[in-house]
Design a protein around this ligand. Structure first.
Ligand SMILES: NC(=O)c1ccc[n+]([C@@H]2O[C@H](COP(=O)([O-])OP(=O)(O)OC[C@H]3O[C@@H](n4cnc5c(N)ncnc54)[C@H](O)[C@@H]3O)[C@@H](O)[C@H]2O)c1
Length: 355
């Protein structure tokens, strides 16, 4: 199938990437710049960093705006396309301030949707496989409504993201905004935070440090792992495909691995002799996760290309460099981990604002 793209594709128009200083957001900003967009990354720097945007510092079509989406967007800002990736994504981070997480998902998403409506901009929501909870159906197609505990410690994120989807589809149904929703499954790659408690970063960092690898439960629970470049490609296709799918679209890699298999791969690739220790499963931890990506294939002509054995080496190399840099004296560290001089959007003074 030939991918039809809308008038927005490859333009010199402006994309606003909320959460643009995060892991996925920073890769998305780079991809959009490569495709000819002007990009504004908006972020409150809760889990993201200016260091993630270091490659864009010399880019004249890129600007950074520090802002929390729980507050209305500053007046005068304009954009043609909005990506909402703003939300801490790892359980320890989103559980640290659960009320803020819920407000980010609901109030923050509403602020961005209202902004997109006012600008007649397209809108892409980064939703999550967590909306399926601990699934009773495997693999998970988009038609599955999920099995989520609405009162547990993960609810601020899972239910917040579900409420955000409800908002998105109400804006779409009422003809207010051209909204598209991606349900993102576990994604990994360079720029993940070493200490944010996600399984890929946890195991790699422990292996590189020669520490025991922590596996929660028996390790027979499964996950699917999508490499970041595949995911970003899927997001851009979803944003630019001419026909709005009008339904959520799963983006993830259907390759399914037990956590024990992942740990074995990490040990082999890092040549680590670390042992494995088991700890109790966290509450509401899903037992199986695997996307059904038929819809993405049919509507976006998208399928992941990078399998785990190919995506792990660059990810391990990233963490190796990071650990090495952290061990050097502060003055000698690479700018990747220190706050860089990212071009910052001067509120009320640039061409992108309407005062
Ligand atoms: N990485 C994954 O595996 C994965 C899986 C499913 C869904 N997602 C979704 O993708 C998006 C990006 O995830 P990520 O892995 O890059 O996480 P991340 O934590 O690296 O990025 C989130 C970014 O949002 C910013 N942010 C958080 N709350 C904000 C607020 N109120 N206002 C402004 N900025 C705010 C953070 O500072 C950070 O830069 C998230 O919405 C997440 O739910 C990610």
């Amino acid at each position: 199938m030939n991918l039809q793209t809308s008038a927005l594709a490859g333009s010199d128009r402006t994309a606003l990437v909320a959460g643009g200083a995060g892991f996925l957001g920073s890769h998305l900003c780079e991809q959009l710049i490569r495709r000819g967009w002007r990009v504004i990354a908006l972020d409150n720097l809760q889990t993201g960093s200016r260091g993630n945007l270091q490659r864009l510092t010399k880019e004249t079509r890129f600007e950074f705006l520090e802002h929390d989406i729980c507050e209305p967007l500053p007046p005068g800002l304009t954009a043609d396309l909005v990506f909402n990736l703003a939300c801490a994504a790892s359980p320890p981070r989103y559980q640290a301030d659960p009320v803020h997480t819920m407000m980010t998902c609901v109030v923050g998403t509403n602020h961005l949707l209202a902004f997109a409506e006012a600008n007649r901009a397209g809108f892409v929501q980064a939703s999550t496989s967590e909306i399926y909870g601990d699934p009773e159906l495997h693999p998970q197609p988009e038609a599955y409504w999920g099995n989520v505990n609405c009162t547990g410690p993960r609810a601020c994120y899972d239910e917040g993201k579900r409420a955000a989807e409800a908002l998105c589809f109400d804006y779409l149904r009422h003809g207010r905004t051209d909204v598209r929703v991606a349900r993102i499954f576990n994604t990994y790659g360079p720029r993940m935070q070493p200490d944010d408690g996600r399984i890929v970063s946890n195991l790699i960092c422990q292996a590189l440090a020669g520490k025991p690898l922590t596996i929660y439960g028996t390790g027979e629970q499964t996950r699917s792992f999508c490499y970041v470049s595949d995911l970003v490609d899927g997001l851009v296709r979803l944003a630019t495909v001419a026909d709005n799918p009008r339904e959520p679209v799963n983006l993830g890699n259907p390759g399914e691995f037990t956590i024990n298999e992942l740990a074995a791969l990490v040990l082999a690739m890092t040549r680590s002799t670390s042992r494995i220790v088991h700890e109790p499963l966290p509450q509401d931890d899903p037992r199986r996760r695997r996307p059904d990506v038929t819809r993405a294939k049919e509507l976006l002509d998208w399928a992941p290309k990078i399998q785990l054995a190919r995506g792990l080496p660059p990810t391990i190399a990233w963490f190796s460099r990071l650990i090495e840099a952290e061990s050097r004296p502060a003055a000698a560290r690479s700018p990747a981990r220190t706050a860089g001089r990212v071009p910052t959007l001067a509120v009320a003074s640039t061409a992108n604002r309407r005062d």
